[in-house]
Design a protein around this ligand. Structure first.
Ligand SMILES: [Zn+2]
Length: 469
């Protein structure tokens, strides 16, 4: 008898496997619960957009914390400082061939300047081939809709070409604008950089192609300033200190309401918190939910949180950034996670992911700082109605675009994954070593984007940047 007990102990050293009946109950409860959807409606309509550092962001953050406490969740703010930016009334006006106020938006980290007028020069996609031989000195450079991330950043290209300003043509048509950060490193940009509508950008491009002079007047009042902000961290202690982190960014751009980007993730985390509050008491691992601030301007919240983990044992980090209807799970380059995610997917029955398990890393959201710290990260491939997602980073990213079914379905799957990761056997917590981390970023385009964002040093040094750790 004693021997049998010993054998049982050996084959189940970590305790219980995820209980299918508990996971199924979580899914059923989340599907029937509208509170995450309603919470998002309240955040969007009663607070407005959540640009990091704004009064609206701070009020929405305190409101969220209050609601978590009201549910009995152990949650706190993790304050941090970051390079912030304040938007004021900026103006871009076409003065030739006709006078017309352009629909335009400044990129974050531009700085105020006295109004000026200058000729526009077309830079195409901004590549070396496109700009070769152009007379750019003292002009405003116009970039095509397909212009990639600018080599070395706006300060470098402006200095290299002697530009007084840069105007990007929006990649989406229909009067849309695309707010975005001007510098992932939070550096003040020395020349004004604007995004204009695709229609107005192409108008200027056509005029220039017919040698019609185009002149634009810019007046920027927005300014950079260091800000105090915070992440919200909710903790659900398990039987062990081994921890699963589920995170998504809280902040948004300021033109709309940040309902899609990333109100979806904010609501999902809220729904997961509610599900865990009812079901997490017996989990093997601790679960930490994190609402990040400062993502849109340079992943500042996750860049702050990941290094604070020190050598705490972390099994995985799941990033929720605009996860609509889940279609696949993504191991983001960590082969060892693939069988875990496949085993989880198999527990979902009818709700299995249509596209199964993918394993392709990408850059541009809050999983990256965890990966750089050697923590395996997971996200979803998902579907959002193209008529809703087209308003990404603009005026139309509002709560009316949110399908309640999308919130319920996605939150059910995410809550199930959370429960599974909190209880599955065999999830290690050893950090990936430096070589394994660099292998996640071996794709050439990924490396280029990481380097220009300051998250990886230039390839020849081969080491992971300290700024990201
Ligand atoms: Zn986002």
């Amino acid at each position: 008898m004693k021997k049998l007990l010993l054998i049982l102990t050996l084959i189940a050293p970590l305790g219980a496997q995820p209980a299918q009946n508990v996971q199924d109950a979580i899914v059923a409860e989340v599907l029937a619960d509208h509170s995450a959807y309603e919470f998002l409606g309240h955040l969007c309509d009663d607070h407005g957009p959540r640009l990091t550092g704004s009064a609206a962001n701070n009020a929405a953050m305190l409101d969220t914390l209050h609601q978590l406490h009201a549910m009995g969740v152990e949650a706190h703010l993790q304050p941090f400082k970051m390079p912030g930016w304040v938007r004021l009334e900026d103006e871009a006006v076409m003065v030739a061939p006709i006078k017309r106020k352009l629909r335009a938006v400044t990129l974050s980290y531009v700085q105020p300047h006295a109004p000026f007028e200058a000729d526009v020069v077309y830079l195409g996609d901004g590549s070396d081939a496109a700009i070769k031989g152009l007379d750019t000195q003292g002009k405003i450079g116009l970039l095509a809709p397909n212009a990639a991330q600018i080599r070395g950043g706006y300060n470098e290209i402006a200095q290299e070409l002697g530009l007084k300003g840069i105007v990007r043509t929006c990649r989406v048509n229909g009067g849309q604008l695309l707010c975005r950060t001007g510098s992932f490193q939070g550096e003040p940009i020395n020349v004004p950089v604007y995004c204009v509508t695709q229609e107005e950008g192409k108008w200027m491009e056509r005029s220039l192609a017919r040698d019609k002079p185009v002149r634009v007047r810019l007046h920027t009042r927005s300014y950079c300033k260091e800000i105090d902000t915070a992440n919200i961290v909710a903790t659900f202690p398990g039987k062990t200190k081994d921890t699963v982190i589920i995170g998504g960014h809280f902040d948004s751009w300021d033109l709309g309401q940040g309902a899609i980007d990333n109100g979806i993730g904010v609501a999902q985390l809220f729904g997961v918190a509610k599900a865990l509050q009812a079901h997490a008491k017996e989990n093997l691992r601790t679960v930490e939910l994190v609402w990040f601030n400062g993502e849109e301007q340079g992943l500042w919240g996750s860049r702050h949180h990941a290094p604070t983990l020190g050598d705490r044992p972390i099994a995985a980090m799941v990033n929720l950034d605009m996860v609509g209807f889940p279609k696949s799970l993504n191991a983001l380059g960590v082969d060892a996670l693939v069988p875990v995610l496949k085993a989880f997917d198999a527990t979902l029955g009818d709700r299995r992911h249509a596209d199964g398990v993918a394993n392709a890393n990408w850059f541009g959201s809050d999983h990256t700082p965890y990966q750089l710290a050697g923590i395996p990260a997971i996200t979803f491939g998902a579907f959002i109605d193209p008529d809703a997602v087209r308003y990404y980073h603009d005026f139309g990213d509002t709560f009316d675009k949110i399908d309640p079914k999308m919130i319920a379905e996605s939150t059910a799957t995410i809550a199930a994954l959370t429960y599974y990761l909190a209880n599955a056997e065999g999830l290690g917590t050893a950090r990936l070593d430096r070589a394994a981390v660099l292998a996640l970023f071996s794709d050439k385009q990924l490396v280029e984007r990481m380097v220009s964002s300051g998250l990886l040093p230039k390839p020849e040094s081969g080491a992971v940047s300290e700024t990201a750790k």
